[in-house]
Design a protein around this ligand. Sequence first.
Ligand SMILES: [Mg+2]
Length: 185
Amino acid sequence: MPATWRPAAFLDRDGVINIDHGYVVRPEDLAFVTGAPAAIRRLNEAGYLVVVVTNQSGVARGYFTEDDVARFHDYLRSELAQHGARIDAIYTAPHHPEAVIDAYRADHPDRKPRPGMLLKAFAELPIEKEGSFLVGDKASDIEAADAAGIPGHLFQGGDHGGDLDAFIAGVLALATTNPVSGEDR
Ligand SMILES: [Mg+2]
């Protein structure tokens, strides 16, 4: 199937999509940030590829496995589907420099603030870099966006009632007011 190239909206997970209780991995610990399903549906409808990029050092620390994370992500996707919202891809960075599990002890290029997950997505998915952006709740998210050469938008307060849909609507309005000229492409 020929792929249509589209800009991507990269979303951090904890504190942006789900409330960050710390090392969230059990389905019963999934609580959406206010407006998160609506925001993702808004991005779907606006034609963005929605790509989640999430550090999960709980794997490196031995709190849970990559399979546990994958199962949680299946559950996350099914809950979003009930709101008509879809995540197109999820990239996870399970490493940490001080991992207790040898296989995950690394200053890995995928772990934000490094841009490895974003660069992988650019290589693997039909993403048009022009118009792509990231939304995250930490400086390390924004650093990863900078390093990948796309704008990063800092969304904070998601754990305390902040509305992701209102925030994303603002980001998209900004993109419409400042359209890419296309002259340098
Ligand atoms: Mg976060």
